[in-house]
Design a protein around this ligand. Structure first.
Ligand SMILES: [Zn+2]
Length: 273
């Protein structure tokens, strides 16, 4: 089974049946769907309100049990904490955050993360170079996410193995695991979202480092594509799966570990059966 942990809902008609068909053509059985973006990410056209974005998100997943709803939240919006409450009541399974103009440790953002953590839902963060045409990548360096050590019970992922700061990403992962042994009361858990960002020439190096560094990563790494609902890119998804599988064979990963990477870990992250 393959679950895609990183799919963006795009503007346009809601067509879960068509999406699931395209995903199946790529060998993908389900995925986490990120809602339409909050207004800070809209360059052209009208931004959507929170209720509109939630309605659209739930229209996508309504009759598709393997599509998991994730609400994209901008923690600097003044009503962000209310949005967490509303989205949680609607039944979202996670939150998506892109730090486009603030550090993860910005106090206003931390307040929102502290509102999310007790709901038991995870946060999918972007990390690494941010291709938004703005001066923004510095907010997405992995070490900045150490600020989440102050958010009790938070479960979060950093996408793209934070390319090009993959070494830093792996080091932060190691630090957070170690922090739990130093502070047993700490319930902070980080996941590695393998969604490309890492160009093909870096992939072998990144996966080799991740799986041989000596940290326990087997239960905390998940697959994703960054495809969009409007045009789920079957060939792109297939190519990445093939490339990764080839590398996993070279690294000698067990079938159990590979099953965890493709499905079980993201399900554990989302807390779904
Ligand atoms: Zn993305």
């Amino acid at each position: 089974m393959i679950i895609d942990g990183h799919i963006h809902i795009s503007e346009g008609p809601v067509d879960p049946t068509g999406l699931v068909e395209r995903m199946q053509a790529a060998g993908v059985d389900g995925g986490a769907l990120f809602s339409l973006p909050p207004s800070a990410f809209i360059r052209l056209g009208q931004p959507h309100t929170t209720p509109e974005r939630l309605d659209n998100l739930f229209a996508w997943v309504k009759n598709a049990p393997t599509l998991y709803p994730v609400f994209w939240i901008d923690p600097l919006e003044p009503d962000a904490i209310d949005q967490v409450a509303v989205a949680s009541q609607r039944g979202v399974l996670g939150y998506k955050v892109i730090c486009n103009r603030f550090y993860p440790g910005e106090p206003a953002a931390l307040r929102v993360f502290k509102a999310i953590a007790p709901t038991g839902k995870p946060i999918f963060f972007h990390s690494g170079i941010l291709w938004d045409g703005q001066d923004s990548s510095r907010y997405n360096r992995p070490a900045e996410f150490e600020a989440l050590l102050d958010v009790d019970q938070v479960r979060f992922s950093l996408a793209h193995v934070s390319w090009p700061w993959c070494d830093e990403h792996i080091a932060v992962y190691g630090k957070l695991r170690h922090a739990r042994s130093r502070r047993p009361e700490l319930a902070v858990e980080m996941f590695v979202d393998l969604t490309p960002g890492t160009p093909p020439i870096y992939r072998q190096e990144v996966l080799a480092k991740l799986f041989t560094v000596g940290y326990e990563v087997e239960r905390n790494v998940f697959f994703g594509t960054d495809c969009s609902t409007g045009d789920y890119n079957v060939n792109w998804a297939r190519e990445w799966i093939e490339r990764d599988n080839h590398i996993y064979r070279q690294l000698g990963l067990t079938p159990e570990t590979i099953e965890q990477i493709y499905a079980l870990n993201v399900k554990r992250f989302l807390a779904v059966a």
